[in-house]
Design a protein around this ligand. Structure first.
Ligand SMILES: Cc1ncc(COP(=O)(O)O)c(C=O)c1O
Length: 399
C-alpha cells in the first residue's frame, strides 16, 4: 500500500465526513510550493485559502514559532502577556480602530462582533438587536455566523436558527440598504468588502460609502468582515482603507497569523467599551504563541513596500488573465492578490481546476464557477507567468 493510500484509508475511517478532499496529501511546503507524499511539486495559488500570507517555511514565521514555543505558549488570559498588546497595536495601527479581542477563527471573530453589537445597544438602553447581512455572504460556521451567512445551503439544516440574525439584503444594492435601515430594531449591518466565498465580488465604492454614511446617520453599527480581505491581501492592510470608510467593528483571521489559528474583532473604543470583564472570552485566544507569530507576520506585511508589491502583482495577475482571449472567461475582478476569474459555467471551471491540479497548480473554485487566486503574498511575477501559461495550455486542451 502506498503511503498516500494508507493516509487516505485512516482518514476516511476516523475523520468526520465534512469535507470532500482532493486525492492528495501534502507533506511539506517551501515558499509558494507544496510537496505531496510522492514528492510531486505544486505551485500554490490557494495558500490554505488566503491564510499563508508569507508562504511556507518562511524564516520570520518559523523563527517566531520556535522562539516563542521555547519560552511559553499559553498562560491563560488571567495574566498579561507582552505579545497580545504588540499584536493588537500592529492590527489597529494607522486606523481609527482602537481595541482588539482575539479569537481563533474567522467565525469566532464574527461571533464576537455580533455579541459586541448587541451588548453595545443593551448598554445604551436601545432595543436594537437585528444583524443584517448580504445575500451570498459568508461569515462562518458557528450557529450565529452560519445564520448570518446569506446562503441557505449552509444554515437551513441547523434550524431553528438564532433569532434576529439572518436578515439578508442583496449585495451592492443601495435601495435595499436604505430600506432595511428604516427598521429601528437593526443593530448592525455586516458586510464583506469583497465577497470571497461566493466568487470574489467587490463592494462598489459608492455602496460601502453609503453603508458607512447611513449607518452613522441612523446610529447603527457597520461591521466589516475582513477575514479574507485583511492583512495586506488587497494591497492595503485592511480593504476598508481602499474605500475611505470608518466601520465601527472589523473582523479578521486567516492572513493575520500567516498559518497559526488567530482571529481578531477590532472596534472603536466607544463600541468596545460595551464589553466588561466576564462578557466574552476564549481559552486559546490572545495567547503568547499565536499573538507572537501574528505579530511577526503582520510586521513583515507592514514593512515598507511590501503591500505596494502585493498591489502591483495583483494588477499584473488580473492584466494577464484579461489578456487571455477566451470567451469562456467572462469576467476578471478583485483587488491585490484576491482575484477571481469568472468562467462561463461551473462544469468548465471545475474541469479547469482539475486539469490545473494535474499539471501541479493549486487553484480553487468559489461561488460555483469562479476560479479563485489567493496565493501567498510573496508570490513572484515569474510564478504568476508559470500559472498563466499553464492556464492557457489547459484552455487550449479543452477546446
Ligand atoms: C469572509 C469570511 N468570513 C468568515 C469566514 C470564516 O472563517 P473561519 O473558517 O476561520 O471560521 C470566512 C472563511 O472563509 C470568510 O471568508
Amino acid at each position: 500500500m502506498s503511503k498516500f493510500s494508507e493516509i487516505k484509508e485512516r482518514d476516511n475511517k476516523y475523520f468526520m465526513n465534512t469535507y470532500a478532499p482532493y486525492d492528495v496529501a501534502f507533506e511539506r511546503g517551501e515558499g509558494c510550493y507544496l510537496y505531496d507524499t510522492d514528492g510531486n511539486e505544486y505551485l500554490d495559488f490557494l495558500g490554505g485559502i488566503a491564510v499563508n500570507a508569507l508562504g511556507y517555511n518562511y524564516p520570520a514565521f518559523v523563527d517566531a514559532i520556535t522562539a516563542q514555543a521555547k519560552k511559553v505558549s499559553i498562560i491563560s488570559n488571567y495574566f498579561y502577556n507582552e505579545n497580545r498588546g504588540l499584536m493588537a497595536e500592529q492590527l489597529v495601527k494607522d486606523t481609527h480602530l482602537e481595541k482588539v479581542f482575539f479569537g481563533n477563527s474567522g467565525a469566532e471573530a464574527n461571533e464576537c462582533a455580533i455579541k459586541l453589537a448587541r451588548k453595545y445597544f443593551k448598554v445604551k438602553g436601545e432595543n436594537r438587536f437585528k444583524i443584517v447581512t448580504a445575500v451570498k455572504s459568508f461569515h462562518g460556521r458557528t450557529l450565529a455566523t452560519v445564520t448570518a451567512t446569506g446562503q441557505e445551503k449552509y444554515n437551513k439544516p441547523y434550524a431553528p436558527l438564532p433569532e434576529g440574525i439572518g436578515i439578508y439584503i442583496p449585495y451592492n444594492d443601495e435601495d435595499a440598504l436604505r430600506a432595511v435601515l428604516e427598521d429601528d430594531e437593526v443593530a448592525a449591518i455586516m458586510l464583506e468588502p469583497i465577497q470571497g466565498e461566493s466568487g470574489i465580488v467587490p463592494a462598489t465604492e459608492s455602496y460601502l460609502k453609503l453603508a458607512d454614511k447611513l449607518t452613522k446617520e441612523k446610529g447603527v453599527l457597520l461591521i466589516l468582515d475582513e477575514v479574507q480581505t485583511g492583512a495586506g491581501r488587497t494591497g492595503k492592510f485592511w480593504a476598508f482603507e481602499h474605500y475611505g470608510v470608518t466601520p465601527d467593528i472589523v473582523t479578521a483571521a486567516k492572513g493575520i497569523g500567516g498559518g497559526v489559528p488567530i482571529s481578531a474583532c477590532m472596534a472603536t473604543a466607544e463600541v468596545a467599551s460595551a464589553f466588561v470583564p466576564g462578557d466574552h472570552g476564549t481559552t486559546f485566544g490572545a495567547q503568547p504563541l499565536v499573538t507572537g507569530v501574528g505579530y511577526a507576520v503582520c510586521s513583515k506585511i507592514r514593512e515598507q513596500g511590501f503591500m505596494d508589491e502585493v498591489a502591483a502583482k495583483g494588477a499584473y495577475l488580473r492584466a494577464e488573465l484579461r489578456k487571455i482571449d477566451d470567451a469562456r472567461i467572462v469576467d476578471v475582478r478583485g483587488k491585490g492578490l484576491m482575484v477571481g476569474a469568472e468562467i462561463e459555467s461551473g462544469d468548465i471551471a471545475k474541469e479547469i481546476y482539475n486539469r490545473m491540479f494535474k499539471k501541479g497548480f493549486i487553484l480553487n473554485v468559489a461561488g460555483g464557477k469562479v476560479l479563485r487566486f489567493v496565493p501567498p503574498l510573496i508570490v513572484a511575477t515569474e510564478q504568476i507567468d508559470l500559472m498563466i501559461s499553464a492556464l492557457k495550455e489547459t484552455l487550449k486542451e479543452m477546446e
